[in-house]
Design a protein around this ligand. Sequence first.
Ligand code: HEM
Length: 341
Amino acid sequence: MNIDLASDLASDLAPDLVRTFPFPFPQDIYRYSTNVERAGAAVETPAGQWGESVVHIDSEYAHELGERQAILGRDPSRMQVLPHMRASAWDAMLTIMQALALAHPEQMVLEREGEGETFLWTNRLLGIEQRFSYGDEDTLPDEPLTFIGAQVQEDIALLDQREGQLFVDAGLVTFAADWSFGFDVGMSFLEIHGPVPRVHQTGVIARAQKFLMRLQADAPHRRTNWSLTVGRRLDVSTETYPEWGPDRTRILTVDDDAFGAEVHLRVEVQHLVRLPESGSVMFLIRTYLLPLEAIAGIEPWRARLHAVLAELPEDMADYKGFIAYRDRAVQWLSARAPQEG
Ligand code: HEM
């Protein structure tokens, strides 16, 4: 890639994607932890802020919803509701509608008609006006999870709580980071986290499950997770590995401008919500991408990401999938430190 194309890419980035980017590192050293906190409080960053609401719409809304529809069209296994989770899917849909209406009252409205179970849902961004009876699938054009999944940028997983454990028994996940929803559906929380290094010995996952099983309906929580990725591709799921896997080594062959434009910090803001009617746990995953060249424009972010990547243990960089180009990223960030004097 030549220099002009690289700078075109930087200037193409809508300003809100920098302003609301959830930069995830409070320290120079990153380790896995049960990093959950109450949702809803905005977090100030050197570029702006994030985290005011459980669902977040930004300038990628139309583009990401289009991606999701295309992925679902090619691979319907990305949306699954095991039979005992049908009530949870309705619960999730209504809870997400309420969250959208709270976050975007100008565009999103949920009205209950009378004392009954009939609602009118309006999404002005998409021109949707839908009257439905809660629990009656004949009153929606799609299954409830498909219907609401076409209106939020978040991926959705629903966990059933039984026999003292959590099971991922439903969801609509099109933007998985190196895992497969179709493979994982029906698994327990502990099984799903089987491949993650360190978290079993350190008790992170056992603590997380305990925490989730006590989650209260009126107290949504959130956490972040992160990785590096090549390009702005959201669907880096196991299913499509042949399409994106080779980028992990191809990126070593590009020049510095292209490297800064193509390598992205990929951050997930994950919300954990107890659904009020069904008692299931809803896990929302909202994925954000910011290229290194944009991170380098905000000095505290450049310095912090440089420190984290330089220190990150091998097994974690390997599991996160960027071991091949970690050193190059560290050098790239280091070369963009402000000059002394
Ligand atoms: C991966 C922790 C909730 C599904 C991970 C990783 C950590 C983690 C540390 C490794 C991430 C990385 O290095 O990129 C936690 C904690 C949670 C939580 C502390 C709650 C407090 C959930 C929930 C789900 C989930 C509710 C439900 C779907 C996954 C999956 C992976 C993952 C699918 C990828 C595993 C793989 O490599 O196949 N989680 N997690 N997590 N988590 Fe969680």
